[in-house]
Design a protein around this ligand. Structure first.
Ligand SMILES: Nc1ncnc2c1ncn2[C@@H]1O[C@H](COP(=O)(O)OP(=O)(O)O)[C@@H](O)[C@H]1O
Ligand SMILES: [Mg+2]
Length: 301
């Protein structure tokens, strides 16, 4: 197969591993820098240009769109979709997962366990929102944050209010969430590929940090998850419409709660912690599934 990966840094562990796995199975994989693609979106003959040349035909596209380039990355991915190139994850699904509020609303509708989460626009509603979330301690987080940046734990109602004010002053959207203390600074990342959990790890925050992101100095180990956690991860992936994703859950007193679903999960932490060939499993899934039109949304909506 001829595969193209949209990624800005070809040397990143995850991108190297996916390329190796594809080549080991006899495919070709070109890595293109998402931001350097350009296209005529109004043409009936859909094309993408790169380095001054028209891209050749590909059987599949692997989007690895960084959070900071979501807008442009999704536009390029939609262009691939209208050209009939099969996407590993569809643009609509990635768009959903990039907005924590939108994701949670979709999952809540389907009965997925979630931390109590509140949201408001008007600063006059702050006290009501804090009360609705159950009062301090609370987690205040950016709707479009990533790697633990923009996730703040506030211990008192007063500090919750000042954190909310600070974010508001910066003109960013936030949500206010119940703090799952019993998770003890750990979370579970379940890697879902093609409707199956193929690997799971437990992450623990660096000493004194409630955030378990590996980018924030957290550590990871392999973990056996419960049938309920497995089912939750699979359902969350299905609701989001993602073929490949990392579902992040907390072990709460009221069962597993999903925090977010990541559409470009990093492979380094999970492959090192579990010894599982995640990249190989992604390519195997792609081989079985990549057929023109074998998508959920056809790039519309
Ligand atoms: N409601 C919460 N209760 C307890 N810990 C949380 C909560 N929300 C987030 N965390 C911790 O903070 C980390 C980062 O939060 P997350 O919502 O995943 O943001 P990001 O997108 O920046 O990774 C999580 O992996 C988890 O360890
Ligand atoms: Mg996270």
């Amino acid at each position: 197969m001829k595969i193209v990966m949209m990624a800005r840094n070809p040397d990143l562990y995850s991108h190297r591993r996916i390329r190796e796995a594809a080549e080991a199975r006899g495919h070709t994989l070109d890595i293109i820098n998402t931001l350097q693609c350009y296209m005529n979106i109004a043409s009936r003959r859909q094309e993408i240009f790169y380095n001054g040349e028209k891209l050749p035909h590909y059987d599949a596209v692997i989007p690895r769109i960084g959070a900071s380039v979501t807008f442009y990355g999704l536009a390029v991915l939609r262009q691939f979709e209208t050209m009939g190139v099969w996407p590993l994850n569809e643009s609509v699904a990635i768009g959903r997962s990039r907005d924590k509020l939108r994701s949670m609303q979709l999952m809540a509708r389907e009965g997925i366990g979630l931390p109590v989460t509140t949201f408001a626009h008007d600063p006059k509603q702050t006290d009501a929102v804090v009360k609705l979330a159950g009062g301090a301690p609370l987690v205040v987080k950016l709707l479009e944050g990533t790697q633990g940046i923009g996730v703040v734990l506030a211990d008192t109602d007063r500090s919750v209010r000042s954190v909310i004010e600070a974010f508001r002053g910066a003109g960013v959207n936030i949500m206010v969430q119940e703090f799952i203390k019993e998770a003890g600074g750990t979370d579970i990342r379940a890697l879902v590929v093609g409707g199956k959990v193929i690997a799971a790890m437990q992450r623990k925050g660096a000493e004194g940090d409630f955030r378990s992101n590996l980018h924030r100095g957290g550590s990871a180990k392999s973990i056996k998850i419960s049938p309920e956690e497995r089912a939750t991860a699979i359902r969350a992936a299905r609701i989001m419409g993602l073929n490949v994703c990392g579902v992040d859950m907390l072990r709460s007193n009221h069962g597993p709660v999903v925090m977010e679903v990541n559409s470009s999960p990093g492979l380094e932490g999970v492959e090192n912690a579990t010894g599982i060939d995640v990249a190989g499993k992604i390519i195997e899934f792609l081989e079985k599934t990549a057929k023109p039109g074998n998508t959920k949304t056809k790039g519309t909506g």
